[in-house]
Design a binder for this molecule. Structure first.
Ligand code: MG
Length: 382
């Protein structure tokens, strides 16, 4: 039985993680979880899974929950609460599906306890990849990807020799605006941006797909997860999202991972690894139904955010943390209707220009840079 701590249980990945746990009660159990402010959902999860611990964002919510939910579940809150969930003594696996760089500190603590980390929170590796991978090595903690592209790469690399790998090829759907020119992106609405053609995901990541910053964050994530230099990581536009990523080897062989766009597959593989389990009600891939697969070279002028991410990754040090914090702040402002779509990448670019990267930054320095970047971008928005 794998006992699971889940950060971010009410989001898209969190909900699908619960689906997987529900499907295999003999293999997985939920011992601790967190939600933000979705209290109704928290109550449902407690009733169904009877976990030992729940953490919510606000103290008031924790107090009212203590009066209403069963006594078997301890209720905590805030940043301390997230840490407690991540480090619950009974759990051996942490699924980090929380949004944003707030997931970093709890993940680091769980790694120090040698827990297996199923990483769905890409910000953790983007902002502090050097610290996370080093700590994981030191404490013998396995980092298993949940992101569909990285799960695909992980599977294509399985049993192969790293030194015989030539290139990682991440596929990108291009997001909701892939067929628009830069001129046509002027003044696009939040609703249009949220309308992703293939994947159903949370708002932040859907906007990141539209700007392609999501792919940029994934390139940095791949660099840390697989220890691959940026010159050996390529992005390929593939609008059907059927090939989830590929690995090219020195003999010219390319191994691809295919499947329907269903996030439960990579989530489950991270939990069941190295085994595979059946998924009920999952649509199987019928290539004859898909008919055609399309591929296109990425235009970095058109998808500037992707270029910014490669540049930040290559500079390294604290630069990717600035990239991420500026992007999170700008995307939130776009979702609130405060800025235009194209302003997102302008703000990110300005934040990167204003930052002198610190190599080998400590966790405290990263967190400090993260919060300074947020305030700087906030003041640019005003
Ligand atoms: Mg992805």
């Amino acid at each position: 039985m794998k006992k699971i701590s889940l950060l971010g249980a009410s989001g898209s990945i969190g909900t699908q993680t619960l689906d997987i746990i529900r499907m295999h009660p003999e293999l997985f159990s939920l011992v601790a979880f967190s939600v933000g402010r979705n209290i109704e959902k928290a109550v449902e999860i407690v009733e169904e899974f009877q976990p030992k611990l729940l953490s919510v964002q606000q103290r008031e919510d924790a107090e009212s929950l203590r009066r209403s939910v069963s006594r078997g579940t301890k209720i905590v809150y805030g940043d301390e609460g997230l840490l407690e969930v991540a480090c619950h003594p009974e759990s051996t696996v942490l699924v980090n599906a929380i949004l944003g760089s707030i997931g970093l500190s709890p993940t680091m603590s769980a790694i120090e306890q040698g827990k297996t980390i199923a990483i769905a929170n890409k910000e953790t590796l983007v902002t502090a990849g050097h610290l996370v991978t080093e700590a994981a090595k030191k404490h013998g903690s396995a980092l298993l990807p949940v992101d569909s592209e990285h799960s695909a790469l992980f599977q294509c690399l399985h049993g192969e020799k790293v030194e015989q790998m030539d290139r990682l090829i991440l596929t990108a759907s291009g997001g909701s605006f892939r067929d628009k020119t830069r001129e046509e992106l002027q003044g696009v609405s939040v609703e249009d941006a949220l309308n992703h053609p293939n994947w159903s995901m949370g708002a932040k990541i859907t906007i990141d797909s539209a700007t392609m910053m999501n792919k940029g964050l994934e390139v940095i994530e791949a660099h840390w997860l697989f220890g691959t230099p940026y010159d050996q990581i390529d992005v390929l536009l593939h609008k059907e999202s059927i090939i989830h990523s590929m690995v090219e080897y020195i003999d010219g062989s390319v191994i691809a991972h295919l499947g329907t766009p269903d996030m439960r597959i990579p989530i489950q593989y991270a939990l069941s690894y190295p085994d595979r389990l059946e998924i009920r009600n999952a649509k199987r891939l019928n290539l004859w139904e898909v008919g055609k697969l399309h591929f296109e070279k990425v235009n970095f002028e058109r998808f500037r955010s992707l270029k910014l991410a490669y540049d930040a990754g290559r500079t390294g040090g604290s630069m990717p943390a600035v990239l991420n914090a500026a992007n999170e702040t700008a995307v939130a402002a776009f979702l609130e209707g405060k800025i235009d779509f194209l302003t997102i990448e302008e703000l990110v670019e300005q934040a990167l220009e204003q930052h002198d990267s610190i190599q080998n930054a400590s966790l405290d320095e990263i967190l400090q840079i993260d919060s300074e970047t947020r305030s700087r971008v906030q003041s640019l928005i005003k």
